[in-house]
Structures are given as structure tokens and as C-alpha cells.
Design a protein around this ligand. Structure first.
Ligand SMILES: NC(=O)c1ccc[n+]([C@@H]2O[C@H](COP(=O)([O-])OP(=O)(O)OC[C@H]3O[C@@H](n4cnc5c(N)ncnc54)[C@H](O)[C@@H]3O)[C@@H](O)[C@H]2O)c1
Ligand SMILES: [Zn+2]
Ligand SMILES: [Zn+2]
Length: 361
């Protein structure tokens, strides 16, 4: 049996998204059916609809979501109907060479639902990041549904499912920002602002926000940036050096996904500093650095997928920090919208008018 649901579909490269009737199978072994309550619009959804991730159209978009477990399949012990969950795009398998070595945040065989959700004519959908949550219902691997405290509002909680975790984890887990560090964050969208909050939680003494958009820089200050640099007016590397006694920062975080920004983030580091790449590049982008600079400056260049998080460890923890008032999730929610406003939300994102538009179902 399958249940019908409305979902936001990207049918072809660059084409506007549309709402379609989709079929969501009943959960089979190891799967959970989730009634989505809220799902944020992340830049990665736009990357999918632009064909910048892969060509496996049609996509069912949406991957930054919270909801209630509706039903579970045979053998599921992680969750039960009625649980309030955040959906994770990493569900460590426990068996691959990385999990067995004790580093499950790099799991090489992360789980997803095995049955496909489909269009009415049976065409299988590719769910964005193995989730597909711009839909009343979605089918995931039970391990992707992470139980958190019910008292958090879904619009805020869902954001932990992608952008907030990616940014916060890039600073804390990947960049290992610690007390007294200086940090620069390039790109102050939802992901960059979460990195700023992460750096503040970890005790950074200086957090320099870089963006091209003055409005984004004002918001970055509200999240904890101590200094801002408008890269459309000033050379960001020189500005960051001037703010750090000429040296550069200990941790430099790229949250745009652009070769020139990566280069700036590389040169904005102090000697032995760490560069973290969070922004998603398109398949044709190339990184070019003089090898002598890579070698001579020392330190580390680290990509960060999903903030190197372990969802079952980190999601409940971040929700607790939110409920204690130590992590501001509400400030990310620029507006709440309905399913049929996702295309317009992409345009607002491109114009820099929002941090997060959140679909409420
Ligand atoms: N690595 C991960 O796990 C992960 C997870 C989620 C999102 N992402 C990626 O992170 C990136 C940011 O996502 P988002 O949702 O915050 O996007 P966003 O569009 O909300 O924010 C991007 C920001 O970058 C700024 N920007 C653009 N060009 C710039 C430049 N040259 N210099 C400085 N700032 C510039 C924009 O003004 C905007 O404020 C995207 O590439 C997204 O796909 C990565
Ligand atoms: Zn694994
Ligand atoms: Zn995302």
C-alpha cells in the first residue's frame, strides 16, 4: 500500500519547481513514515534543482525537517509512532570500515529508505539528501529519524537537520574552534550564521563575518560576529589581517561554495591555521593554490560534510541548548511559507532577503 501526498518536485535542470501528487509507500523493514511539520529551504535544494549535485531528476526536494513518526516498519526499534523527530541525512550503518573504526560521522554507507517514493505514474523520485521533506509525508530509514524534546517548535527544530548542524559543526567539530581562537566566516547565510554561533559557543574571542551583502552582515552581528567585512567594498584578506594584528585567523570557514572565496579563506589564516570548506562546489569548480603556500603555511585544509556530526548525539544536545536559550534557532526563521511558495523562496534566497524560509505543513 502507498499513501498519496503533495510534494515539491524538480523535474528538469533549472526548471521552476512544482507541486505534484506523490506516492509514499508504507514503511517496510527498517523504515519509518514521518508526517512532516516543518522544512527549511536550504541552498542545497536550489543546487539540486539547478542540476549542480547530480542528474537524477526528478527530485523530491526538502531535507531540513522536523515531524512526527506516523508508522514504522517491521524490526524498527529506534523510534515509534508519535515520536517528535528531526530528520538526518546521515544515519551511520555501524558496519562500514569507518563506523567500525569508531568514526561514524564519516560513515561510508549511511542508510536511507529502501523503497522509492514515486510520482503517480510510478516514476521513482530522488529524495534530496535521501530525505525529500517538502511533502506532507516522507519515507526514511528509521535511523534517519532522531528523537528530540517535543517542546521545541518544529520550524526551529527542523533547521538542525541541515544548515544549523552543518555550520555549527563546521566550527566546533571540524574546525575545532576553542577558547580564545580567532575565526573568520565567509558567507553569512543560514550555514555561515550557524558557524558564527558555533564559534561563539566554543569560546572564540574574535569572530569576523564576511559577506557581500550589508544586510547579511547586520544579521551576522546578531548571531555573535564581533567584526564584519563587506567583501564587495574591501579586500577581505587584508581586512582580516588588519583585525588580527596582521596575522590572520586561527580558523577560516568557507560557507559559500566558490573558488575565489576558498582562496580568500585560505590566505586569511594565520600560520598553522585551519581552513574549513562547508560551501558546496559545483562539479566544474577547481581549486588552485601555490603549493609552496599550502606547504609553507602549515595547518590544515578540511572539508566538512554535515558538520562532522553524529545526529543521535548532537541533535538532542542542540535542542536542549535551544530550549535553555543558549542557541538561537528562532532568529534563522525569516518567514514561514506553504508548500507552493518554495520557488519564490529560492528567489528570495538569491536576492539575499531571507536566512531561512520555512515551509510549515
Ligand atoms: N557541507 C555541508 O554539509 C552543507 C550543508 C548545508 C549547506 N551547505 C552549503 O553551504 C552553502 C551556504 O548555504 P546557505 O543555505 O547558508 O546559503 P545562502 O544562500 O543562504 O548564503 C550564502 C551567503 O553567501 C554570501 N556570498 C555569496 N558570494 C559571496 C562572496 N563572494 N563572498 C562572501 N559572501 C558571499 C551570500 O550573500 C549569502 O549571504 C551552500 O553552498 C550550501 O549548499 C553545505
Ligand atoms: Zn558506516
Ligand atoms: Zn541543506
Amino acid at each position: 500500500m502507498a499513501t498519496e501526498s503533495r510534494g515539491v518536485i524538480a523535474r528538469a535542470k533549472g526548471a521552476p519547481v512544482e507541486i505534484a501528487t506523490i506516492r509514499v509507500p508504507d514503511p517496510g523493514p527498517g523504515e519509518a513514515l514521518v508526517r512532516v511539520q516543518a522544512c527549511g529551504v536550504c541552498h542545497t535544494d536550489l543546487h539540486y534543482r539547478e542540476g549542480a549535485i547530480n542528474d537524477e531528476f526528478p527530485f523530491l526536494l526538502g531535507h531540513e525537517a522536523a515531524g512526527i513518526v506516523e508508522a514504522v516498519g517491521p524490526g524498527v526499534t529506534e523510534v515509534e509512532p508519535g515520536d517528535f523527530v528531526i530528520l538526518a541525512w546521515r544515519a551511520p550503518c555501524g558496519r562500514c570500515r569507518s563506523c567500525r573504526r569508531g568514526v561514524p560521522w564519516y560513515c561510508f554507507a549511511s542508510r536511507n529508505a529502501t523503497q522509492p517514493m514515486t510520482l503517480e505514474d510510478g516514476t521513482p523520485l530522488s529524495p534530496a539528501l535521501g530525505i525529500g521533506a517538502f511533502s506532507d509525508l516522507t519515507l526514511v530509514a528509521a535511523g534517519q529519524a532522531v528523537v528530540v524534546d517535543k517542546s521545541a517548535r518544529p520550524e526551529a527544530a527542523g533547521l538542525i537537520g541541515c544548515g544549523v548542524m552543518a555550520g555549527l559543526g563546521a566550527a566546533i567539530n571540524t574546525g575545532q574552534v576553542t577558547h580564545g581562537d580567532t575565526v573568520a566566516v565567509f558567507g553569512c547565510g543560514g550555514v555561515g550564521d550557524a558557524a558564527i554561533q558555533g564559534a561563539r559557543l566554543a569560546g572564540a574571542r574574535k569572530i569576523i563575518a564576511v559577506d557581500l551583502d550589508q544586510r547579511k552582515l547586520e544579521w551576522a552581528k546578531e548571531f555573535g560576529a564581533t567584526d564584519v567585512v563587506n567583501a564587495s567594498e574591501t579586500d577581505p584578506v587584508e581586512a582580516i589581517q588588519a583585525l588580527t594584528d596582521g596575522f590572520g585567523v586561527d580558523v577560516s570557514i568557507e560557507a559559500v561554495g566558490h573558488p575565489e572565496v576558498l582562496r580568500q579563506a585560505f590566505f586569511a589564516r594565520d600560520l598553522a591555521g585551519t581552513l574549513v570548506q562547508v560551501g558546496v562546489p559545483s562539479p566544474t569548480m577547481e581549486m588552485q593554490l601555490p603549493m609552496i603556500e599550502f606547504f609553507g603555511r602549515g595547518g590544515a585544509l578540511k572539508p566538512s560534510w554535515y558538520g562532522d556530526c553524529l545526529p543521535t548525539r548532537d541533535f538532542p544536545l542542540l535542542i536542549d541548548l535551544y530550549l535553555q536559550g543558549r542557541l538561537d534557532l528562532d532568529r534563522f526563521v525569516s518567514e514561514t511559507i506553504s508548500l507552493d511558495e518554495v520557488e519564490e523562496a529560492f528567489h528570495k534566497m538569491e536576492r539575499g532577503e531571507v536566512l531561512r524560509s520555512v515551509v510549515v505543513l
